[in-house]
Every structure is written in C-alpha cells, then in structure tokens.
Design a protein around this ligand. Structure first.
Ligand code: 5GP
Ligand code: MG
Length: 181
C-alpha cells in the first residue's frame, strides 16, 4: 500500500516517517538474530499489550525455533507525554520459572515501563530476562538495562502507527508516522 504522506488523528497531524517496507526489514533482522542466538534456549516471549501486538505477530512468524508466547498488560502513557506512573503487570499466568524470558515491546522511551516490568518478572524466577523493542529512543532513555534487540532507533519524536496509538487511534496504520509540531 502506498504511504499517505500525512494523516490526521483527532487534533494532531502526523507525517510519514518509516514505511512498512522498512518495518518488515527491521523485523526480519531482529528475527534473524534471534534465530541465531536463541535456538538452544527454553524461550517464552512476553509481549507487552497493547502496542506490541503487531511487532509480536510479525516477529513470531519469522522465528524458526520452538518457543512459547504470552502477553501482559501495563499502561504508562496518557496523550503524548509520559505520566510516569507505571501500573502493575496483569496477565502473567504462564510458568516462566527457569525459562529465558524475552520481553517484546513496541517502543522504549524513558525506560520506566521496561525497568518496572523486568523487576516484576524477576519475581517469577526466570533463568534470564532479555529485552526486544521494535523502536528505541536512545536520547530519551534514562534506564541502565541493556536493550538486547532493537528494530530501529529513532529520535525523540512522538510517533504512531504499526501498533502505536495517539489516544487509542492510529494503531492500524501500516507505516509509522511522526507528529508534526
Ligand atoms: P517509557 O516507560 O519507556 O517512557 O514509555 C514506554 C511506553 O510509552 C511505550 O510502551 C508506549 O506505550 C509509550 N510511548 C513512548 N513513546 C511513544 C511514542 O512516541 N508514541 C506512542 N504512541 N507511544 C509512546
Ligand atoms: Mg509499550
């Protein structure tokens, strides 16, 4: 599908930033690294809803080793700026004990959400925890955890599409758009 140059969601305008072709390539690169690194591990992927559902689905189909996948929910964002109050992890029923947990995130910004998640998942005594985020904002990141797999590094702009929303809208956009300031 040809990319619309601009989209409007509610009161905000967004312009094309990363096309679906580039998204596909970046997902394939992450999958290739995982296929090399994780084939001998007992892996459970944990997707963080809602934003990661498309990345998780696209990535998971490209993985060639046996693994499990499950999803959890947290929420930390209202509108276009971080509220800072990270909520509790909901929905981790699967037994992650002694397994290699790979957290699947749509985007890592300040890193607050991921730090909080890692802390909570550690309580379930996995063998190890690694982090895979489709997008990463290195200039906004305040955390200390290494991000083991990154699809694309982006500057500090607010973006939508490919699972990411603005007040609930825009998740279905196949391309990624950034806000027009
Ligand atoms: P952090 O805790 O790392 O600051 O923020 C992580 C969460 O904030 C992400 O999982 C995502 O839900 C939201 N977020 C951060 N940056 C953006 C962005 O540019 N666009 C959208 N739609 N959500 C974002
Ligand atoms: Mg997220």
């Amino acid at each position: 599908m040809a990319a619309n140059e601009k989209v409007k969601l509610l009161d905000k305008e967004f312009e094309i930033f990363i096309t679906s072709e580039k998204i596909d390539c970046a997902v394939a690169e992450v999958a290739q690294k995982m296929n090399e690194n994780l084939k001998n591990e007992d892996v459970i992927f944990i997707g963080v809803l809602n934003g990661s559902f498309l990345f998780a689905a696209d990535l998971y189909r490209k993985l060639e080793f046996d693994s499990q996948i499950s999803f959890v929910k947290v929420a930390s964002y209202m509108g276009t700026s971080s509220t800072g109050n990270v909520k509790r992890l909901i929905g981790l029923n699967e037994d992650v004990r002694n397994k290699t947990v790979i957290i699947l995130e749509d985007i890592i910004d300040s890193g607050k959400t991921i730090e909080d998640l890692v802390k909570q998942i550690k309580g379930y005594e996995p063998k190890s925890i690694q982090i895979a985020s489709f997008l990463f904002k290195p200039d906004a990141y305040l955390g200390t955890l290494p991000i083991d797999y990154v699809g694309i590094e982006i500057p500090n702009d607010f973006i939508v599409g490919y699972g990411l929303d603005y007040n609930g809208l825009g998740r279905n956009l196949p391309h990624i758009y950034k806000i027009v300031e």
